[in-house]
Design a protein around this ligand. Structure first.
Ligand SMILES: [Zn+2]
Length: 235
């Protein structure tokens, strides 16, 4: 095989690996964003539940304080019952007590409802907390693994860059320029195999006469359709 062609094939292989690794590294922020967003949403929901629990607990305290106030008032009234002189006053007293009793039942009912609501809310809070904690653990593990992968890719990239330089040093400037133009314009594939008279880069037929030449792997031959540099390899 033509020495330049051999290095072009190797250069393409190296560049494909470099491209793959660079793309992997480039996509990392997006991948992290993709897992962080649902977590943020879950954390936001958890915070909303916590706020609701706080609000219910506050309401309950208010109702309890209010109940104590009424009970204290009733106690005070009852302690003064001996001071009542007339029947009319006594009837008014009974009426007032009745109103208070009614109010007490209502407030007690409110407190019961609030206690149930608080129990529910706290339960939901715990469930959400578990989900968030599990998710945080999972994401941290994912980020750690991703970090390790990026680190490895970066190390390998340095080796590949060196390899790349070795191949380039063998090529002449014109060939390298053609190669780089193709890399830039043909989605990173400048050198490709011709198989069964078909260019694997564009899937178009290679004229039979050209294919005969190609099989020799002696010259740098470009695909008549996509201009990629072609080579032949045995199955
Ligand atoms: Zn082609």
């Amino acid at each position: 095989m033509n020495d330049h062609l051999k290095h072009l094939i190797a250069l393409q292989d190296t560049d494909s690996q470099i491209l793959f690794k660079k793309r992997f590294i480039e996509k990392v922020p997006k991948r992290i964003h993709e897992v962080d967003e649902p977590l943020k949403k879950a954390q936001y929901e958890l915070e909303a539940i916590r706020q609701k629990s706080k609000y219910i607990a506050k309401k309950r305290k208010e109702q309890e304080a209010y109940l104590e106030d009424i009970l204290a008032k009733v106690e005070k009234m009852k302690s003064r019952v001996s001071e009542i002189k007339t029947n009319k006053e006594y009837q008014a007293y009974l009426k007032e007590i009745e109103v208070f009793q009614h109010e007490i039942s209502e407030v007690e009912e409110n407190i019961l409802v609030l206690m149930e609501e608080l129990d529910d809310s706290v339960q939901r809070e715990k469930e959400k907390e578990n989900i968030v904690n599990r998710e945080v653990e999972k994401i941290n593990r994912f980020k750690k693994e991703l970090d390790a992968e990026v680190h490895l890719h970066k190390e390998e990239l340095a080796v590949l860059q060196e390899k790349r330089q070795e191949h380039i040093s063998v090529l002449d400037g014109d060939t390298y320029n053609i190669y780089m133009t193709l890399i830039d314009t043909k989605q990173g594939v400048a050198v490709t195999r011709a198989r069964d008279e078909i260019c694997q880069g564009c899937n178009m037929h290679v004229p039979p006469q050209l294919f005969v030449e190609l099989k020799k792997n002696k010259d740098i031959i470009q695909c008549p359709q996509c201009s990629r540099i072609l080579y032949y390899a045995e199955e």
